[in-house]
Design a protein around this ligand. Sequence first.
Ligand SMILES: C[S@@+](CC[C@H](N)C(=O)[O-])C[C@H]1O[C@@H](n2cnc3c(N)ncnc32)[C@H](O)[C@@H]1O
Length: 210
Amino acid sequence: VTERLYELGKRFARFATDMVVARPRLWRLFRGPLRKQFDWIAAGWEEGRSPEHGAVVEAALARLDSEPRRLLDLGTGTGIAARLLADRYPAAEVVGVDLSREMIEEARKRVPDSLRDRIRFEVADASALPFGDGEFDLVVLLNMIPFFDELARVTASGGAIVFASSYGAETPIYVPPATIKEKLGRLGFTEFDEVAAGEGTSFIAARRAG
Ligand SMILES: C[S@@+](CC[C@H](N)C(=O)[O-])C[C@H]1O[C@@H](n2cnc3c(N)ncnc32)[C@H](O)[C@@H]1O
C-alpha cells in the first residue's frame, strides 16, 4: 500500500508541476495538498535518497565561474543542497526555504555544528518569497517547482539559477530546459547551459551583470 501511495504522490507532483508552470495562478489549488504530501514524507525523505542525490548540483556548480556569497536553496526539503552549497563555498551565507514545516524541522536537525553559523532555514512559499529584489547571487532548485517571476526578482544582476533534477526527465518534479529558457529569456536571462551527472541533469540560467 505504501509503495502505491508513493507512486500516486509522484504522479500528483508531476501533474502539479505541469499545471503550475503553465498557469502559476493555479498554485493556490495545489499548495495545501502538496504541503501535506511533503509533511507526511519528511521524516523518511533523506534516508530514501541515494548518496548521489546532490551530484547533479555539484556538476552545475563546477560550471559557474564566480564565487557566490548569498545563496538560496528553494524547496530545500531536508537541506541536502543547502549543506552541499555551504560546504563548497566557505564564505557564503545559505538560506534554505520550504513550504513544509516538517521538512524544515528535519533540515534544522541535520546541520552540522561546523555550518551552523552560515545556514538558516525558513518556512516560506517560493511563489511569494519574503526576500528583497536581487538578494541572491545563486538560487538552486533541486527537484522543485519553479516560479519564474519570483526567481527573476530575487536573483541579483550577474547571478545564476540552477534547476537540478536527480533523475533527469524521469524526475517527478521536472521542467524541460526549453520551457525554462523560454520563461527566463523573457525575464532578462541570456546565458544558458546544461550538464548531466549520473542519472541527473541540471539546467543553468544566468543573467549578465549591469
Ligand atoms: C521533491 S522535494 C525536493 C527536496 C530537496 N530539494 C531534495 O531534492 O532533496 C520538493 C520540496 O519542495 C517543497 N516545495 C514545493 N513547493 C514549494 C513552494 N512553493 N515553496 C517552497 N517549497 C516548496 C516541498 O515541500 C518539498 O520539500
